[in-house]
Design a protein around this ligand. Structure first.
Ligand code: PRX
Length: 582
């Protein structure tokens, strides 16, 4: 039987207090995610239960119990404290999915500091922008990635502690500290920070359509949203072996790759190696994975490798599949039902800002392939008319996905950017403070996506309402790419848009004009691609560069991405009368 017995009943009888019951939580207990995911699970008698099954490149394999989680997170908390890190300080985690990433995340929270996880494939410029924005005080990284930190550290006066958590300590440079938690003395006791429901916990950077990325700030009470959605939607039970394929550099990897499963005391698996379909199937088979949360791009890549390959593995332990991050096409849902013993991927929709799932397919509910499902009980959702911003009443009519504020895992602000936070709420007064906005049930938080609702209440994703590019489930901001492009010596002006892609949904395409003295060539194209890959990330790297004599602009000189994007997607370019013909 699934944890959510009936969607209708759950909706009618809903209260967020149910999350406390699910966790058997008593008033007065310590509300600290770091401790709740480790110490508390030990206290309930599961100290020896496996918390993490980890596999890396080659044959590397490790297992850790909840007691290990407790001790190693204490180790990080104690070490950071000794380094002078205080509650509220931002501590960046910049490493591959190695076990220390998971221990340090919990340790930072136990200390009361704010965890700022960043995707390890980020180049130095992406890293710099985010560390500068958050005034980050410490960074935890590895020998492989510390080179990027060295390049930028002189430009970050507030970055005081560079901590390398594995590798050879003899190779460190001046000002860097080595800390390997597994070989350091075991810390049995740590005085965990007494966070309250509004104490900041995690700062995740996400890309918007204009300007540099913004830091979405979360708090310790986000755990209620993460716990209940994990229980009801991912349906985790005590004996499940769960695998979330996301990297904790992105919100799925923390909300459902750390917090949700561990606060429930579930065993989870992490695979820190490159993607191949057979490696993934092998991983499921070897570890007897039962619940699997992944992303459409990965599912489409598996699909491309064919049904025969699936048949070579014993995947009979799987019992529930879910997906997030980008539109899950109907074919992928149907295919998964055919090859995984009748199990279809359950699509879930949410965002960095929402902190937890908002629109979902539930176990036991009829899946309509291609639909994102229905709002999570307790979430008041709608689509708003594109013009009037009033809820759309007509089934099938496209509008903006919007939510009434007030759910526990909702972001509390964009770091140092209250105006942008405010701009996400329809109906907000000009001087409203973040706290007033997030508690006001008369406003709508607008997600930036378009969808329609059918007559039975199922949500159907249509597309983004802005220029943000979604490549393989990762958002990249066109502005960030364009700013980096124009730093290239040959480029005068640039525009970046999403171009359709069979597997990744979108990839980045750049349109550029060159400075006098530079000629278009394949070599230059390659050079520009590498320039972006190194500075930003492989995700942001344009897969194609088109040389233009001039870029389409408004009469006031603003580059019109919309026009370029419409051409890429073969869509109507709309009204272009306002474009400059200069
Ligand atoms: O555009 C939507 C898309 O991903 C965006 C959120 O990205 P991010 O903040 O990085 O968080 C990703 C994982 C939670 C959304 O605004 N998106 C997310 N889930 C879906 C989706 N698009 C279509 N269908 C989904 N299920």
């Amino acid at each position: 039987m699934s944890n959510i017995e009936s969607y209708e009943k759950a909706k009618n009888d809903f209260s967020w207090d149910i999350a406390r019951d699910v966790l058997n939580w008593k008033d007065g207990e310590l509300l600290n995610i770091g401790a709740m995911c480790s110490d508390r699970i030990c206290d309930r008698g599961d100290a020896d239960k496996t918390a993490l099954i980890w596999e890396g490149f080659g044959d590397r394999k490790e297992k850790y119990t909840f007691n290990d989680l407790r001790i190693y997170s204490n180790g990080f908390a104690q070490f950071l404290k000794a380094q002078g890190i205080e509650p509220g300080d931002r501590v960046c985690i910049f490493m591959d999915k190695i076990p220390s990433l998971y221990f340090s995340f919990l340790g930072i929270l136990k200390l009361g500091a704010i965890a700022q996880p960043l995707f390890s494939a980020f180049g130095d410029e992406s890293l710099e922008v985010r560390l500068a924005s958050a005034n980050t005080k410490a960074i935890l990284t590895t020998r492989k990635h510390v080179r990027k930190v060295r390049k930028i550290k002189d430009k970050l006066p507030e970055l005081k502690n560079i901590i390398v958590v594995e590798g050879d300590p003899a190779k460190l440079k001046e000002g860097e500290v080595f800390f390997d938690v597994e070989s350091a003395p075991k810390i049995e006791e740590f005085d965990v920070f007494k966070s309250d429901s509004e104490s900041p916990s995690v700062l995740h950077y996400t890309s918007g359509t204009t300007g540099q990325p913004k830091g979405a700030l979360h708090v310790h009470s986000s755990v209620w949203g993460q716990a209940l959605t994990t229980s009801w939607v991912l349906d985790l039970k005590d004996d499940d072996i769960y695998w979330c394929t996301a990297d904790p550099g992105w919100v799925t990897g923390t909300s459902y790759g750390i917090i949700g499963p561990w606060v429930l005391g579930t065993t989870q698996c992490v695979l820190d190696s490159g993607f191949t379909s057979s490696r993934w199937y092998q991983f499921i088979q070897d570890n007897k994975i039962s619940v699997w949360y992944s992303a459409p791009t990965a599912i489409r890549a598996l699909m491309k490798d064919g049904n025969e390959l699936v048949g070579k593995f014993d995947l009979s332990t799987l019992r529930h599949l879910a997906s997030v991050g980008e539109p899950l096409n109907a074919e992928a849902v149907i295919w998964s039902g055919e090859v995984f013993n009748g199990l279809q991927f359950h699509d879930t929709f949410w965002q960095t800002e929402t902190g937890a799932m908002m629109i979902t397919n539930f176990p036991g509910m009829e899946i309509r392939p291609g639909s994102m499902g229905m709002p999570f009980p307790g979430i008041s959702a709608s689509v708003l008319d594109l013009e009037s911003h009033e809820p759309v009443t007509e089934p099938g009519k496209v509008g903006l996905i919007a939510f009434r504020p007030g759910w526990p895992s909702m972001f509390r602000s964009y770091w140092k950017q209250p105006d942008i936070y405010r701009s996400k709420f329809v109906g907000a007064t000009e001087d409203a403070m973040p706290d007033e906005l997030r508690m006001n049930p008369e406003l709508w938080y607008v997600s930036g996506d378009r969808a329609s609702i059918d007559k039975d209440g199922y949500y159907w994703f249509v597309g983004r309402d802005d220029d943000v590019i979604n490549t393989g489930g990762h958002l990249v901001g066109p502005f960030e790419i364009e700013s980096a492009l124009v730093e290239h010596e040959a480029i005068a002006e640039a525009a970046a848009v999403g171009k359709p892609d069979e597997v990744n949904m979108e990839v980045v395409k750049a349109f550029v004009t060159l400075k006098p003295g530079y000629e278009p060539s394949d070599d230059l194209e390659l050079d520009i691609m590498n320039f972006i890959r190194k500075r930003l990330s492989p995700l942001a790297m344009p897969q194609e560069i088109e040389y233009m004599d001039r870029l389409p602009k408004t009469r006031s000189g603003k580059i019109v991405r919309r026009y370029l994007k419409a051409i890429e997607w073969g869509e109507d370019v709309g009204d272009i009368s306002s474009l400059s013909d200069e």
